[in-house]
Write a protein that binds this ligand. Sequence first.
Ligand code: ARG
Length: 276
Amino acid sequence: MKTNFKKITAILAAAVLSTAALASCGGSDAPAPVTETAPPAAANGDELIMGTNAAFQPFEYVTENGLVDIYDGIDVAIAKKIADENGMTLKIEDMEFDGLVAAVSTGKIDMAVAGMTVTEERQQNVDFSDTYYTASQVMVVPADNEDIKTAEDLKNGKLVGVVLGYTGDNIVTDTIGVSEENITRANRGIDIVQDVKNGKLDAVVIDSATGKALAEANGLKVVEDPAAFESEEYAIAVQKGNTELLDKINKVLAEMKASGEIEELAVKYNSEVGAE
Ligand code: ARG
């Protein structure tokens, strides 16, 4: 009698528990084991951590209603698609651009999506995905400037601004060879361009799309010199040897290139930035 009562209680308890499990699963056919406490994961429930420096319109910038939290831009849209297609949740870590390669190589972030140009130096520390955007450096100068027409002109005693750790910094410093005392380095394009606006600097050398957005927003103009500024390719950086993630990234990039989606994003975000 006593044993039977125990049995019935156990059966009843199991029935109540599995009903509760069913309810919490939203009526799934295969209820989770009653002992499971973690919420049922969407697809595989992993987080994908993207590191970036969100001061680089139109690729990543901070805005009130961003695509992901307060972040928006071409890179954010691409990264979100990579996460979505793999059933992952995208998390964005905004940091100094100069620290991104180290953050990837130490595993602090899963990938750097930051309009990052593929360079040999960076390839020593991270692996790059297939490229998704072609850019080049441009010079942002005052609208009425007449004497900066080529990169060589920057060596004529001009005061030149760059962003610390950007490819534009290396090009101005090493390739063009502007003398060190004439170079000013800032942490963000937005800040250094103010110095062109207020007459402290003659030019800022920065990536084309960002340079155009900054020039437009500040009443400045862009001067191009394709002979001096070679084209650069943007790609996503992952930890060396992380082929699993790299394959996922390349698959989505290939789809987005084939469907014209990256091109559409570029048009969309370039015009939105210009309109601001
Ligand atoms: N393309 C340049 C580089 O790789 C600048 C990238 C800046 N990106 C950013 N999210 N702030 O150095």
